[in-house]
Ligand binder design. Structure first.
Ligand code: FMN
Length: 188
């Protein structure tokens, strides 16, 4: 995080939003000893979970995988008795060095972002949660200060609109990226 340009600003933009809890896994658990009970309690206290991270090797930084492996326990998150997370919403918020044209069939990275995020999508849905389209900031290496500001503003507005249930689930699920959601309200 101390080297981050973009994620740091995205977090800055939402830290004063009522109802939002920011929980930085690398700062909480620098030794990777994740407190499973505490994490499960936090999940229970929230309706919308955002997995926010830079895109690393076409996936998440390793601590998020560790968190998923430990926290989404059988009997809590899945299995016959594991219903604690049912009905909650999850979304991935990522920043990528690669531009959007690199993330499509025939592009440099061959696959799309939703394709790369399939394990997160399936994981959420196995636990009975709705996996929303991702919020994505592409091409981070070329971002100007104004570009970062704009992305941060959009992120804040989108999270507030989810909190306030401004859009129907159908409208949300029709977006390729959640970034497109605000355009829907402009068209209304
Ligand atoms: C270890 C590592 C792996 C990365 N893997 C990818 C990748 O697979 N695809 C991509 O588009 N960018 C990749 N990047 C670039 C980062 O996604 C980019 O620098 C980051 O999103 C910028 O956000 P930040 O300013 O918050 O760090 C990688 C960067 C690092 C350090």
């Amino acid at each position: 995080m101390h080297k981050s340009r973009i994620n740091r600003r995205l977090i800055e933009s939402i830290k004063d939003v009522e109802g939002v809890t920011i929980h930085k896994l690398y700062e909480e658990y620098p030794d990777f000893h994740i407190d499973v009970n505490r994490e499960q309690q936090l999940l229970l206290e929230h309706d919308i979970i955002v997995w926010q991270h830079p895109f690393y090797w076409y996936s998440a930084p390793s601590i998020l995988k560790e968190w998923i492996d430990l926290v989404l326990q059988h009997g809590f998150a899945y299995g016959r008795e594991g219903t604690a997370l049912r009905g909650k919403q999850v979304l991935t918020s990522i920043t990528t060095g690669g531009r959007i044209d690199a993330y499509q069939s025939g592009g440099r990275n061959e696959f799309s972002i939703p394709q790369f995020l399939a394990p997160f999508n399936r994981t959420a849905r196995l636990c009975g949660m709705d996996y929303l389209p991702p919020f994505v900031v592409h091409g981070t290496h070329m971002f100007s200060e104004e570009g970062i500001e704009e992305a941060a503003r959009k992120y804040r507005s989108i999270l507030i609109s989810l909190r306030d249930e401004i859009f129907s689930m159908d409208e949300i699920m029709q977006c390729y990226y959640l970034n497109d959601l605000l355009e829907k309200s402009e068209k209304r």
